[in-house]
Design a protein around this ligand. Sequence first.
Ligand code: SF4
Ligand code: SF4
Length: 315
Amino acid sequence: MADPSTVLARTIRKEAARLGFAAIGFSSPIPQPLAMQRYNAMLAEHRHGEMVYLENRLDERAMPSMLLPDLKTIISAAISYNYPLDTITGGPVISTYALIDDYHTVVREKLQQLLNFLNTLFGEDLNATITVDSSPILEKNWAEHSGIGKTGKNTLLIIPSAGTYIFLGELLINKEITDNKHPLPNLCGSCTKCLESCPTGALIEPSKLDATRCISYLTIELKREFTPEESTLIGNHLFGCDHCQQVCPHNHQTTIPPNHSFTPHQNLLNLTPETILSLTKSTFRTLFQGTPIYRTGLKRLKRNARAVTKNQNKR
Ligand code: SF4
Ligand code: SF4
């Protein structure tokens, strides 16, 4: 006879698949000393650049039970956005995740629907917290722990059958859900394609990223103006970079389709730096509201466009 807790996990997983999640997994909130050691090493080596918020709330990162009293289970949930993209190659680049609706909203809504299902399943309103980049939590670590994926040499979580073009969110609940899944083995093998394809050498070792050289960090997270070296590093990237995902074999053999909520905004394909530099606050809002680029703001987007123009003129 099937273990009742496994049956529960299977029932929830089935509903999650119906809602469009590529994978969900369950973890008990036990201490993760190794993951915290790696995290603290990243901070000590200043590989997080100027993302000072990553230095804060370390206690909560180490002890997720501080995020929810009576926490019993962390549900890690992944949604795929691996949609086919038809852009002019060689032109200024906008990362694929930025051409669709802001994932924070979409993933949060889906997790709320999953929570509603759990409330009905348990016959009571659970104590719960939904987090989509909104709480200090070691999300890749918990996703690995739950057995849904494994971090690749490109530092991104690889979900078998869904690849790395995924968004993660977590649902913290006060009910115990156990599962028979175990952490996955290394999924990279001898492949080193991501390290070789990174145009800036930001992947300094397998699974070790120096954000200060990463185009995604520079064009999205960095708030100030670029130094001349940073300006050159971004090349023709207007917003984000996907090189280390584009080459990953796991993204070429996916069987789980992208969530239907993620349809590229056609008017954002093939934008030029000139168009961006001509935007006013109002036209920026019209073009980008509801996308991740709107969060970053016009000032940084124009900074990126100026650097791309300069780099194009150097060619
Ligand atoms: S996002 Fe781009 S710059 Fe950053 S590690 Fe990947 S390939 Fe390198
Ligand atoms: S490109 Fe190769 S080494 Fe890099 S994450 Fe994918 S499988 Fe791993």
